[in-house]
Design a protein around this ligand. Structure first.
Ligand SMILES: C[S@@+](CC[C@H](N)C(=O)[O-])C[C@H]1O[C@@H](n2cnc3c(N)ncnc32)[C@H](O)[C@@H]1O
Length: 452
């Protein structure tokens, strides 16, 4: 049998979920990174199995360029200028395309997922294209208020290449807000650390730097403690520093330990008139203006009125719970459900001044069991990337809510859930898309479903 080729010349077809364009070679599908629909390109096949159903490939040379191709705004992430196309940090895979065209492609992916998984046309439910976040910069940079870095063998701040364990030294991240880059953590010896997470409050104030040991044995934690002290000396009063002694998500789940090294272990965020405390690794929207963009979209989509009863599921620190509780007022009610214990504790504090808000900790699919038949006026849900799934959709439908406002960061799980809701009598009635992740393939949607 002949060997699979390592190099091909291809004409690229349309964009697919995940940020690839789809091409064909002798009947086989090839998922290509760093290209654009319609381009004629040379690619390196990265996973060439002769028996594989599809291959993956990276563009190495553009033979006929798309009119939407531009110079990548982050030089280090420019795959065509790199030594090899996989030697670029992940997280800016659409940077070689004009911003409006990035949004057009995201809209096409959303439309395609809805057609395929929910037999629904986005344009039939009022979708008019992916909108920019409120107050977006023209260059689409400087938006990340949360950034996660690795640490390379030399102890330098680094980022992982997409679909790879390769770490690439990253002195600055142009997608991040200045407050993150201004800490210049690339100047610190980070040996002993496996991960560094930086969160900067969108409204200003000291960022929080969380460091995670490379290994979690006693010696590893000691080495990480020494690195945390070096970070703390470097940032001084400019940032807080904390040491997370377990793997990703551990502190937010209550299983890990977050040790204060200097400053405080939480951040204060402000959205409109509501203040939010967010502890450690607790969830908060990543784009600097995502909290207000989504709050406005959710309140508009909900049509919430004084005196109504609403549920906010997968509520995080209460970003939507607070304005919803305020909108229903003392004669209405708002039930906020969040799974992670640490984030739930934040939500309790954040909603303390709103007695109409009840805050529950637990998994949505279980916590909702007691609410079957309670007939709230509406439900807001904002699940993680995997979506709500069968059990949660069934539990939400069992409440008897007339209206569901679904906030999603993944068009595939969203489309699958729309189909699950359809099976429970809910019809998709409205849909907006937001580009809360410029230069990446990700998008956020806010949808309205109504019980027939
Ligand atoms: C995408 S975030 C949304 C949070 C909030 N709406 C916001 O915008 O800040 C999803 C949240 O769901 C929580 N979560 C994940 N799975 C859950 C489950 N099965 N039940 C309850 N909460 C869950 C996560 O801890 C996270 O806080």
């Amino acid at each position: 049998m002949s060997q699979a080729p390592t190099e091909l010349e291809l004409t690229l077809g349309d964009v697919a979920h995940g940020g690839f364009t789809v091409a064909r070679h002798e009947g086989r599908v090839v998922f290509v990174r760093h290209g654009a629909p319609g381009e004629r390109v040379r690619v390196a096949v990265t996973e060439p199995g002769e028996k594989d159903r599809f291959w993956r490939a990276d563009v190495t040379e553009v033979l006929e360029a798309s009119e939407h191709r531009v110079k990548h705004p982050w030089a280090a992430a420019d795959a065509l200028a790199a030594r090899t196309p996989d030697a670029v940090p992940g997280g800016a895979e659409f940077g070689h395309l004009r911003l409006p065209y990035q949004r057009e492609l995201k809209g096409r992916v959303l439309d395609e997922q809805l057609r395929r998984l929910a037999k629904t046309e986005a344009s039939e439910v009022g979708f008019t294209g992916v909108e920019a976040a409120e107050d977006e910069r023209a260059d689409g940079l400087g938006w990340r208020t949360r950034a996660a870095f690795g640490v390379d063998r030399a102890g330098s701040l680094a980022m992982r290449a997409a679909r790879s364990h390769t770490l690439i030294k990253t002195p600055a991240l142009p997608l991040a807000v200045d407050a993150i880059n201004d800490l210049h953590l690339s100047e610190v010896d980070l040996s002993g650390l496996g991960r560094v997470e930086i969160a900067a409050p969108a409204a200003g104030g000291a960022p929080l730097v969380l460091v995670v040991p490379a290994t979690h044995d006693a010696a590893g934690v000691r080495r990480a403690g020494a690195a945390a002290n070096r970070v703390s000396r470097h940032v001084g009063e400019r940032a807080s520093v904390g040491l997370l002694t377990q793997a990703a998500g551990a502190a937010a789940d209550g299983a890990g330990e977050l040790r204060r090294v200097s400053g405080r272990t939480w951040l204060q965020e402000q959205v409109g008139e509501h203040a939010f405390r967010v502890t450690g690794e607790g969830f908060w929207q990543v784009h600097r203006t995502a909290p207000q963009t989504l709050t406005h979209a959710v309140l508009t989509a909900s049509g919430v009125q004084e005196g109504e009863d609403w549920l906010d599921l997968y509520a995080g620190a209460g970003l939507f719970s607070a304005p919803l509780a305020q909108a229903v007022g003392p004669t209405g009610s708002l039930l906020s459900i969040e799974g992670a214990p640490g984030t739930h504790r934040d939500a309790r504090k954040n909603l303390h001044a709103l007695p109409q808000a009840q805050v529950l900790q637990g998994r949505v699919e279980r916590a909702l069991r007691e609410h079957a038949g309670t007939r709230p006026h509406g439900v807001v849900l904002d699940p993680p990337r995997a979506g709500a799934g069968k059990a949660s959709v069934a539990a939400i439908a069992a409440t008897g809510a007339q209206k569901v406002v679904y906030v999603s960061c993944d068009p595939a799980s969203f489309a699958r859930d729309v189909d699950l809701f359809a099976g429970r009598g809910y019809t998709l009635e409205g849909l907006r898309g937001f580009d809360l992740y410029p230069h990446t393939h990700h998008l956020e949607t806010v949808a309205v479903l109504r019980r027939a």
